[in-house]
Design a protein around this ligand. Structure first.
Ligand SMILES: *[C@@H]1O[C@H](CO)[C@@H](O)[C@H](O)[C@H]1NC(C)=O
Ligand SMILES: *[C@@H]1O[C@H](CO)[C@@H](O)[C@H](O)[C@H]1NC(C)=O
Ligand SMILES: *[C@@H]1O[C@H](CO)[C@@H](O)[C@H](O)[C@H]1NC(C)=O
Ligand SMILES: *[C@@H]1O[C@H](CO)[C@@H](O)[C@H](O)[C@H]1NC(C)=O
Ligand SMILES: *[C@@H]1O[C@H](CO)[C@@H](O)[C@H](O)[C@H]1NC(C)=O
Length: 439
């Protein structure tokens, strides 16, 4: 079967879901042990799916527009222009791709949180939040809820804290959006693991169109992150398998802690950038298209702690972005291989930010990311997106936005789907193994 990225089309997803509804929405299943089910935002289990179906082209353009904002967020982080800890302003423009369930407070209230490996923060929309559009956490119903006081160390880690009352609060702005939150603590239960006195931002007010409606679970490794707050429980180790946009049953898993992690997996060292402590940098040394290692100037891939240049794995960006010289080399060789396979010079068209699209069926070469110690060869499903009717196919990668901060290569979630990605911070390594995680 010709597999397709119409998977991206909410219209298609809706049709799909209505067909398999009998099997699919096991949305109220319980998470077991330390493993959480991961849903795509378009999943029938997600209240954040688009309200009305979009055409394929519209949905691709929308995802790309969100990616654009995401890349600005990553670029601002890399440029060191933002402060790190809880709910810093950049997150206002992040939009989720994958969500997990968390239980907050005692007795537990279930909320859906966006999973984000490039953020440290946890934030949760709270009762009486002005401008929040999703399910709210009601602190007044929780017996374990505490406000963080102004003098506490947690309050000092927040950007621009203010102490009008005795409680620690902060305001953030990004462009025309803003958020006001209280710094609080409560028990957060992930799968069956209760984490007492977890510090997070309790969102009281948001303004501006780009504020994300749901809570956020930051899986970065900086201060106040989940990893920092659960050292004893999870030992800074987790893995996930992201479900494909087109899988019928549409859930993957987030496995927290060192227990039950894969043994047969290839690793590459994690690089630490003290200035961008949340990001997971790796050393991408080359890229192969088919059997050919393409010609990329070394500085396009090199890690540089001072400028923030290099390559990160990110769960929040949808399509992989490579800095211009790297992308151009990959794209040109890709087009050349497609033409050779077709024995014809096929017309190349563009769609939004994708510049390598075809309106006839193609035979695509594989693409291999060559990291230090680990080659990852992507199957076609991780490289190509196809329109619903199968009439358009695009290379699902793009050049990094053309601006001064464009130094970062981002391995994004479309390219990670159906792989287990293991973040092993104590051993300073990141593992990747193929895994069909549609369950
Ligand atoms: C926490 O602070 C908020 C506002 O500052 C207040 O309304 C609430 O009663 C406080 N809750 C507790 C448990 O102290
Ligand atoms: C923060 O935002 C809240 C709600 O919009 C507002 O009442 C408060 O004055 C703001 N505080 C500061 C320090 O800007
Ligand atoms: C969906 O899940 C059910 C039960 O978990 C399984 O039997 C079925 O094969 C799955 N379908 C697909 C397409 O993965
Ligand atoms: C493709 O175009 C190039 C240059 O325009 C030409 O030399 C080549 O013969 C063409 N190949 C095919 C298969 O048409
Ligand atoms: C990756 O592939 C290249 C060949 O393209 C090979 O030389 C290299 O040893 C491989 N690296 C690993 C870690 O397998």
């Amino acid at each position: 079967m010709k597999t397709t990225l119409f998977s991206l089309s909410p219209l298609f997803l809706f049709l799909l879901f209505s067909l398999v509804e009998g099997l699919t929405p096991k949305c109220d299943t319980q998470d077991h042990g330390s493993t959480l089910e991961v849903f795509h935002v378009f999943s029938p289990c997600s209240p954040f799916r688009p309200p009305k179906p979009l055409s394929w082209a519209e949905s691709v353009l929308q995802l790309q527009a969100k990616d654009q904002a995401r890349l600005q967020f990553l670029a601002s982080m890399v440029a060191g222009r933002s402060v790190v800890p809880i709910a810093s302003g950049r997150q206002i423009i992040q939009s989720p791709t994958y969500i997990v369930r968390a239980k907050i407070g005692s007795p537990p209230q279930t909320l859906l949180l966006a999973m984000d490996t490039s953020n440290d923060a946890a934030w949760i929309p709270c009762t009486a939040c002005d401008g929040c559009t999703s399910t709210l956490f009601a602190p007044e119903k929780s017996t374990t809820f505490k406000n963080v006081s102004c003098g506490s160390p947690q309050c000092n880690q927040v950007p621009n804290p203010s102490c009008g009352t005795s409680a620690c609060t902060f305001n953030l702005t990004y462009g025309s959006s803003s958020i006001a939150a209280n710094v609080v603590q409560d028990t957060v239960t992930l799968a069956t693991d209760p984490i007492p006195d977890y510090t997070f931002g309790c969102v009281a007010k948001t303004t501006g169109a780009s504020a994300p409606p749901q809570g956020l679970l930051g899986l970065g490794r900086g201060p106040l992150s989940l990893l920092s707050q659960t050292q004893n429980l999870y030992q800074s180790t987790f893995s996930y398998c992201l479900p494909s946009f087109k899988s019928l049953n549409f859930s993957g898993s987030l496995r927290l802690g060192p227990v039950a992690q894969p043994i047969r997996i290839k690793y590459t060292p994690l690089l630490k950038n003290p200035r961008r402590s949340s990001l997971y940098y790796v050393n991408l040394v080359a890229i192969r298209v088919g059997r050919k290692v393409v010609d990329i100037p070394p500085e396009a891939l090199a890690f540089n702690a001072a400028t923030g240049a290099g390559t990160v794995f990110d769960s929040g960006t949808v399509f992989t972005r490579l800095v211009a010289p790297a992308y151009t080399a990959v794209r040109d060789e890709f087009q050349r291989r497609v033409a050779i396979a077709a024995k014809a010079n096929l017309t190349v068209t563009s769609l939004g930010g994708f510049d390598t699209c075809y309106t006839v069926p193609i035979v695509a070469p594989t693409i291999t990311f060559m990291f230090s110690g680990m080659n990852v060869t992507l199957p076609e499903d991780n490289i190509l997106i196809h329109s619903t009717a199968g009439s358009t196919t695009c290379l699902a990668m793009a050049s990094a936005p053309d601006n001064v901060n464009s130094v970062l290569n981002v391995i994004a979630n479309m390219q990670q789907q159906n792989h287990r990605v293991l973040y092993d911070v104590p051993n300073s390594r990141l593992g990747v193994a193929r895994e069909l995680c549609t369950k």
